[in-house]
Design a protein around this ligand. Structure first.
Ligand code: GDD
Ligand code: MG
Length: 398
C-alpha cells in the first residue's frame, strides 16, 4: 500500500495532529530491492508489514439491529489476521437478531477457519465482569445492565481485545455496504501504526466520498454532522492557540483505531459523543493548557493520523432525527469542555438551533463519560471473563 507521507502536522501541547494523508495505491506490489525514488513524499507499506500489524489488531464491530446481509459483508472485509470481536445490542425478544448474527459469524468462521468472538452488550455475565472491575460507569442507573450506546459496545470490545492480548484495536461499523471499504479501513489502520513513532497512536479514517442516493448517486464528500463538528472543534483549538486552523477533519470518525496503550488512557463519552470526545480529552489532558494527566505519556507524545480512504463510504441512512441526535451528542463534548471559549460556545448553540437539535435558549447537556479503562481494575474483568470466554467464541477448538 502507498500513502502520502505526513506533510503537515499541528501540535497542541504533546498532541500531534497530522493533516490528511491520502491513499495513493491500495496494492503497491512486491517488496522493492532498491531504495524507493518516491520515498521523500510517499510511504510504501509492505504487505508483510501490514499483516504483522493486522495480526496484533482486534477489530471491534458494534452492531444494533442492522441488516444481516450488511453484517455479513462487513465481516467478509476484515483481513484474515485480525481477531473479530462483535459487540451486539440487537433485539433478542420477538426476533432473536443476536442469534442470527451469531449463526452468521459461526458459519463464516467455520469456512474461513478464523477466530472471532461475539458478545451481547446486555449479557448478565458482562455486567458481573464489569462489577468485578469496579467499572460501573458502563452500567445503567440501577447497576443491572450495560447502558445502551455504541460507545458502551466499543468499550466492552476494547476490554475483550485486552483480554485477548491484542496491541491494537480498530472499530468498524456493522452497516457498511462495501466489504472492500472495510478491508481498506483496516489496511489504513495498519499503515498508520506502521509509520507512528509514539506508542500512543490513533488512526482516524476520512472517506474520500460519502455518496448519497436521490434518484442518482451523488459523490458527496462531507456530511452535515461532520462538517459542523469539525468546524466547532477547530474553533476551540484556534481560540486556544491564537492561530486559526482547519486541521481536524475527522471529529466524528466512526472508523478509527488506536494502540492499546492509548485506548487504555482515554475516557469514552456515551453513545455517539465518543469520537469527538477522544480528541477533546487528548487536548484537555495533554494540550498543555490544563494540568498534564500523565508526564510519561506527555513525553512520548500522542500521534493522530487522519487517513483518507479511496473506497467511498456507503452505509445505512438513518434519517434526520438520528443525525440531529448525533450532532447534539458530539457538540456537547466540545461545549462542555473546560477548554471551550465563549465564541465557540456561541457557534455551537447557533448551529444546534439552526439544525433543530436544540431549542433557542437551551444549552447542550454534559455528556456521560466513562472513565479510562486504566483507572479501573482491568484485571478483575479479564480474570472473570477469561474462564467464560469459550462460550463467546465463534470457532470452537476441535
Ligand atoms: N453494540 C452497540 N450498541 N452497537 C450500536 C449501538 C448500541 O447501542 N447503537 C448503534 N450501534 C452500532 C450500529 O449498528 C452501527 O454498526 C454502528 O454502531 C454505528 O451506528 P449508526 O447508528 O450506524 O451510526 P451512524 O452511521 O449514523 O454514524 C456513524 O458514523 C459517524 C461518523 O460519520 C457512527 O460510527 C458515529 O459514531 C460516527 O460519528
Ligand atoms: Mg451507520
Amino acid at each position: 500500500m502507498r500513502i502520502e507521507k505526513q506533510r503537515y502536522t499541528e501540535r497542541f501541547g504533546s498532541v500531534k495532529i497530522n493533516d490528511v494523508q491520502k491513499v495513493l495505491e491500495l496494492d503497491s506490489g512486491r517488496k522493492a530491492a532498491m531504495p524507493l525514488k518516491e520515498a521523500i513524499a510517499v510511504d510504501k507499506i509492505e504487505e508483510d508489514v501490514i499483516k504483522d500489524f493486522e495480526e496484533k489488531m482486534a477489530i471491534v464491530i458494534p452492531i444494533k439491529n442492522e441488516k444481516l446481509k450488511l453484517f455479513e459483508g462487513v465481516i467478509t472485509g476484515v483481513p484474515h489476521e485480525c481477531l473479530i470481536i462483535v459487540v451486539s445490542n440487537s433485539e433478542r425478544k420477538e426476533v432473536d437478531r443476536f442469534k442470527m448474527e451469531r449463526d452468521t459469524l459461526n458459519q463464516f468462521c467455520h469456512f474461513t477457519q478464523r477466530k472471532a468472538l461475539i458478545i451481547h452488550q446486555k449479557d448478565p455475565v458482562i455486567t458481573r465482569a464489569l462489577v468485578q472491575a469496579g467499572y460501573a460507569d458502563l452500567l445503567d442507573e440501577h447497576g443491572k445492565t450495560v447502558r445502551d450506546g455504541k460507545s458502551e459496545g466499543m468499550v466492552i470490545g476494547l476490554l475483550v481485545a485486552m483480554l485477548m492480548g491484542k496491541e491494537y484495536v480498530g472499530f468498524v461499523d456493522a452497516d457498511n455496504y462495501f466489504p472492500g471499504s472495510v478491508w481498506e479501513y483496516v489496511r489504513c489502520y495498519a499503515a498508520g501504526f506502521s509509520i507512528a513513532q509514539s506508542p500512543y497512536t490513533m488512526v482516524r479514517i476520512l472517506w474520500r466520498y460519502k455518496p448519497k442516493t436521490s434518484g442518482e448517486v451523488y459523490f458527496r464528500k462531507w456530511g452535515r454532522v461532520s462538517e459542523t463538528t469539525n468546524k466547532c472543534m477547530n474553533s476551540l483549538i484556534s481560540a486556544k492557540t491564537g492561530f486559526e486552523t482547519d486541521i481536524i477533519k475527522t471529529a466524528n470518525a466512526g472508523e478509527h483505531a488506536m494502540s492499546m496503550k492509548l485506548a487504555q488512557i482515554l475516557p469514552y463519552a456515551s453513545g455517539y459523543a465518543v469520537e469527538p470526545q477522544e480528541i477533546i480529552s487528548l487536548c484537555e489532558d495533554y494540550g498543555g493548557v490544563l494540568p498534564t494527566a500523565n508526564q510519561k505519556v506527555a513525553r512520548d507524545g500522542i500521534e493522530i493520523f487522519q487517513i483518507e480512504s479511496r473506497n467511498p463510504h456507503f452505509h445505512e441512512e438513518k434519517g434526520t432525527e438520528h443525525l440531529r441526535k448525533m450532532l447534539l451528542q458530539g457538540l456537547s463534548t466540545i461545549y462542555q469542555s473546560p477548554l471551550c471559549d465563549d465564541e465557540t460556545k456561541r457557534m455551537i448553540t447557533r448551529e444546534l438551533v439552526v439544525q433543530r437539535a436544540l431549542k433557542r435558549g437551551e444549552v447542550p447537556a454534559r455528556p456521560h463519560i466513562n472513565r479510562p479503562p486504566h483507572e479501573v481494575n482491568i484485571k478483575g474483568f479479564i480474570d472473570f471473563m477469561a474462564e467464560r470466554l469459550d462460550s463467546y467464541s465463534a470457532l470452537k477448538e476441535e
